[in-house]
Unconditional design. Structure first.
Length: 312
């Protein structure tokens, strides 16, 4: 039986959520029943695409068993509280909230109501990240270098590039590192908005491990890379070209200057990360542990806010 869901927020990503949930299938057991947006015209247009009614927020929540909130970040706390007070399961797009106090309040309310709170860090569900985890070296690394940059597009400008883009790689690095950083340093600047449009952060972890994360929404071209350095060698991942190369002892392609070492190459077949994420939410509502719960959402937000504070 499919899980009845409503979507609050029909902007760029909210529309994707709604369209995906309106077409349930074996891989996605959600069924969209209602949609809400603060802009009535936008709500009506997306609802018509999905074949569901556009309703006021309270009515949309009442019609569903679970709710996806994809509104701008500043509305996350109020809408999330409204959903949880109605005892509906909650999927909150990243970041979990605008402040730590708001995020912790939502987590506490979800626990008190016995409801699921999953946070939309979609990269956890990507075939690319699963390939990184499968390569194992990510968990034994001493340094991570992540780059996520793109040309300017006039959307999501209500938050900085840290909460817009960098928080994805913050979450992935925290997952690979197995815990929070001990130190956070960062630089960044405003270019096209009232918030930082590019940022470079350095996170220091226990045992001397570190990560450098670069994010920009004002770059010349799109780029998404991860470089992992560890005691056994190096792993480089190009997410756009779907390629992974690992230099390690005993690798398949011999390296003339490094006797005993070689390069293993791999790729992956992309799957629908949003579909996988929504299916994960449905499984969590049925009793499974969410892949990215409130604690993980709060951990990523805490580091992202520390990065913003370091930028000043």
């Amino acid at each position: 039986m499919s899980l009845r869901v409503a979507v609050l927020g029909a902007g760029h990503f909210g529309r994707f959520h709604a369209l995906k949930a309106s077409r349930p299938g074996p891989a996605n057991p959600l069924r969209l029943v209602a949609l809400h947006d603060a802009d009535p015209a936008r709500a009506a247009a997306v609802a018509a695409e999905c074949g569901v009614p556009a309703l006021p927020a309270a009515e949309a929540i009442a019609a569903a068993e679970a709710v996806i909130v994809a509104a701008p970040t500043r509305f996350h706390a109020a809408l999330g509280r409204q959903v949880l007070e109605a005892r509906r399961h909650l999927f909150m797009e990243k970041p979990i909230a605008a402040t730590l106090a708001e995020a912790e309040s939502l987590a506490a309310l979800a626990a008190a109501r016995g409801r699921v709170l999953q946070v939309g860090h979609i990269e956890r569900f990507s075939a690319a990240f699963q390939a990184v985890v499968a390569a194992q070296e990510g968990g034994r690394a001493v340094h991570w270098e992540a780059v996520r940059v793109a040309p300017f597009r006039p959307r999501s400008l209500d938050v900085s590039v840290v909460l817009d883009l960098m928080i994805h790689d913050i979450d992935l690095v925290l997952k690979l590192a197995g815990g929070p950083p001990e130190t956070v340093e960062a630089v960044g600047a405003r270019v096209m908005s009232d918030h930082a449009d590019f940022a470079v952060a350095r996170l220091g972890f226990r045992g001397g491990r570190a990560a450098t994360i670069t994010a920009s929404r004002v770059s010349l071209a799109m780029e998404r890379r991860l470089r992992v350095l560890g005691g056994e060698g190096e792993m480089t991942v190009d997410f756009l070209n779907r390629s992974l190369a690992q230099l390690r002892r005993g690798g398949a392609e011999a390296v003339a200057t490094m006797p005993g070492y070689g390069i293993d190459r791999a790729g992956w077949t992309d799957h629908d990360s949003l579909e996988a994420e929504q299916a994960g939410f449905a499984a969590a509502c049925a009793g499974a542990a969410p892949e990215v719960g409130a604690a993980e959402g709060i951990a990523a937000l805490r580091v992202a806010l520390a990065v913003e504070a370091a930028i000043g």
